[in-house]
Design a protein around this ligand. Structure first.
Ligand code: MEV
Length: 416
């Protein structure tokens, strides 16, 4: 489809108005808005906003917005979602949106007595925390409990780590959590007699897990050279490699995050927080592992599962202030942060399938080189219209280089 055709479909799908369509075209952030968003602004920086297609999650169709600079990610994701679709689509779920805020309590004379004292005042502490969570409490969330985690014999001696759990509803929740832990710190000091140093959220948001799973029928994986069963065997070998070897697991998980980050970025979410949580979770057993599991089901079809912490919001921060993010959320049509996390988990699983299937069959360079050729053509001065022709010629010649692209562009100019 042409760019205009794609835009028309997106427009109809989500009933986008003229302003939202303009937002997609002009990147959704004015200079004034950018200047208000961060410090020392001197301009704006655009990335492509694309749509991953074919997602069917819990019986509902989604168009998944993705903002990413890497070629092939969106096509691969859409392709893999189509394979899952042939098995009925994804099943996905997400926990209640519970974030963790940490307080580091030091200089305690008696750790056990401090823990007891804090426990006996828990409801007073939670009440104080809720004073900082105004709109979240109004929406049915708020501080729900407090956990004590004594850490003994650290390099600076014993410390008591307190975890404040807050249900942040549809927010990512960083602001609410950070305000709440700062607010309760003096009260906790007065209760236990210690000194509080850090007060900050944890990005290992393992109370806020999301999961997705799905099945790909073996016939959908057949290639012209291999049966579906053979391809499944190669995919399972790839998955076992990632499970056994952290060097491979890092790349395997990077591929998963290609999709999840792109969705997080499109929806105005903090993708570094998502990255931090995903990788910390992948290492939680003491060894860095794969975030996905691939198995053979009883019919000989391929089954994939993913589970990871996903602290994504649909209100607050850039999700509200960036018009592009607002348009992305409208395209998705999600009603809650939990629903967004379910979509993100499915996108991550699809992205992983796309990568390991390509790696276990043709390799990824074939597809990549096609996109790379187009980018070289653009860099060599081809316009949007003839970039594809320049790329096609380089691929046919098996000579995909900037110099060759420049020469073809020169030849074209001389002819016209
Ligand atoms: C490239 O961005 C991502 C891959 O390396 C992921 C993988 O190896 O699984 C293709």
């Amino acid at each position: 489809m042409s760019l205009a055709e794609r835009q028309a479909i997106a427009r109809e799908w989500a009933a986008l108005d003229d302003a939202e369509l303009t937002t997609l075209r002009d990147s959704g952030l004015s200079m004034t808005e950018a200047d208000l968003m961060i410090e020392n602004v001197i301009g704006r920086f655009s990335l492509p906003f694309a749509i991953a297609t074919n997602f069917r999650i819990n019986g509902r169709d989604y168009l998944a917005p993705m903002v990413v600079e890497e070629a092939s990610v969106v096509a691969a994701c859409s392709n893999a979602a189509k394979l899952f679709r042939q098995g009925g689509g994804f099943s996905a779920s997400a926990d209640e949106p519970i974030m963790i805020g940490q307080l580091q309590v030091l200089d305690l004379a008696d750790m056990d007595a401090a823990v007891d004292a804090i426990r006996s005042c828990e409801s007073e502490i939670l009440e104080r925390a809720n004073a900082a969570c105004g709109s979240i409490v109004a929406r049915g969330g708020g501080a729900i409990d407090l956990q004590a985690r004594p850490l003994r014999e650290t390099p600076i001696g014993d410390m008591l780590i307190l975890h404040l759990h807050v249900d942040v509803r549809d927010a990512m929740g960083a602001n609410a959590i950070n305000t709440a832990v700062e607010l309760i710190a003096p009260l906790i000091e007065s209760i236990c007699g210690g000194r509080i140093n850090l007060r900050i959220l944890s990005n290992l948001s393992d109370r806020r897990m999301a999961r997705a799973s799905g099945t790909i029928p073996k016939r959908a994986l057949e290639t012209k050279d291999a049966t579906g069963t053979k391809v499944i065997q190669w995919i399972l070998e790839a998955a076992a490699f990632a499970e056994a070897d952290p060097y491979r697991a890092a790349t395997h998980n990077k591929g998963i995050m290609n999709g999840i980050d792109a969705l997080a970025l499109a929806t105005g979410n903090d993708w570094r927080a998502i990255e931090a949580g995903a990788h910390a979770y992948a290492a939680q057993s003491g060894r860095y592992r794969s975030l996905t599991q691939w198995t053979l089901d009883e019919d000989g079809d391929l089954r994939g599962e993913i589970e990871l912490p996903l602290a994504l919001g649909i209100v607050g921060g850039a999700t509200r202030t960036h018009r592009g993010a607002q348009t992305a959320l409208k395209l998705l049509g999600v009603q809650s942060a939990r629903e967004l996390a379910q979509v993100a988990a499915a996108v991550g699983l699809a992205q992983n399938l796309a990568a390991i299937r390509a790696l276990a069959t043709d390799g990824i360079q074939k597809g990549h080189m096609r996109m790379h050729a187009r980018q070289l053509a653009l860099a060599a001065g081809a316009n949007n219209v003839n970039a594809r022709a320049v790329a096609a010629q380089m691929i046919e010649e098996g000579n995909i280089r900037l110099r060759r692209a420049e020469a073809i562009v020169r030849e074209q100019r001389q002819k016209s």
